[in-house]
Design a protein around this ligand. Structure first.
Ligand SMILES: Nc1ncnc2c1ncn2[C@@H]1O[C@H](COP(=O)(O)OP(=O)(O)OP(=O)(O)O)[C@@H](O)[C@H]1O
Ligand SMILES: [Mg+2]
Length: 256
């Protein structure tokens, strides 16, 4: 599935009154292609999570549109949008949020067991296949033995890996990974990045927001966001990137 952002923006008011408006994301064009890993870096507060939330149907833009295979994501009713997100998107949230009283596998099935992904997994009985796949993913990340443990008992890095398994278990068409490797040691960081790359090789569009430079080695497209007012729309830096795309006019995305 292709995700296209057309001039999306988000603003907030800060401080007292409603005059102090600032743009968390300003006039951004961005395309996520099936089969490609896009890595988005940038300083803390530069708007990466805000952008990812708008692309993934979680946050309505104040301007512009998000298209999923040409369909206006936010033209749908709330319930339809939730169903669409569950059927097509896998999300690794920055906060590695899990429900603490449920076990690891229950956390995964809660999200994955409800809606069938018809597009990349046609005819699959989700409730059967997802559990096996989740168990395998947990095993690849060295936490197979935690499947029946309450998620509230896990370390930060273990929770992060559960979120990775939860996002990938349903073979989503688009994967939104917000700092999927923070809290992880080098070995697990590489494992998670390889898993995300593999998902792209199998056809998913993958967006990784990260502060870890290692992720750039897995990128087909590299982008950088700038804090505050937008600088030049596009600048090329020394680092050689496999391929790059431009932000829209006034965008604070930068090629790295
Ligand atoms: N709900 C909100 N209300 C007001 N301001 C917000 C809101 N959400 C985000 N912001 C502001 O928008 C800006 C961008 O935030 P965002 O979370 O997108 O940054 P980020 O690049 O993901 O940062 P980090 O790397 O620290 O996760 C920040 O200045 C933040 O304070
Ligand atoms: Mg963030």
């Amino acid at each position: 599935m292709k995700i296209e952002a057309c001039a999306i923006e988000k603003w907030y008011f800060r401080g007292k009154g409603d005059t102090n408006r600032f743009f968390a994301v300003k006039q951004t064009d961005l395309t996520l292609e099936p089969g490609k890993v896009t890595v988005l870096t940038g300083r803390s507060g530069s708007g990466k999570t805000t952008l990812m939330h708008m692309l993934s149907g979680l946050l309505t833009p104040d301007g512009g549109k998000v298209l999923a295979d040409g369909k206006d994501l936010y033209a749908q009713e709330d319930k339809a949008l939730s169903g669409f997100r569950n059927a097509h998107f896998g999300m690794i949230p920055q906060g590695a949020d899990v429900l603490p009283v449920l076990t690891v596998m229950e956390n995964i099935l809660l999200v994955q067991g409800i809606y069938a992904n018809q597009s990349r997994n046609p005819g699959a009985d989700r409730s059967v296949g997802v559990q096996d796949r989740a168990q395998k993913l947990l095993g690849e990340m060295g936490i197979a033995d935690l499947a029946d443990v309450p998620a509230g008992e896990l370390s930060g890095g273990e929770r992060r890996r559960v979120c990775v398994a939860r996002a990938l278990a349903g073979t989503p068409d688009v994967i939104f990974a917000d700092e999927p490797t923070s809290d992880l040691d080098d070995e697990n960081m590489q494992i998670v990045l390889q898993m995300l790359k593999k998902a792209a090789d199998e056809g998913a569009a993958v967006l990784i927001v990260t502060h870890d430079q290692e992720a750039l080695d897995y990128a087909d497209v590299c982008l950088k966001m700038h804090a505050g007012v937008p600088g030049p729309a596009v600048q090329t830096e020394d680092r050689e990137a496999p391929s790059c795309q431009e932000g829209g006019a006034g965008s604070d995305l930068q090629i790295v």
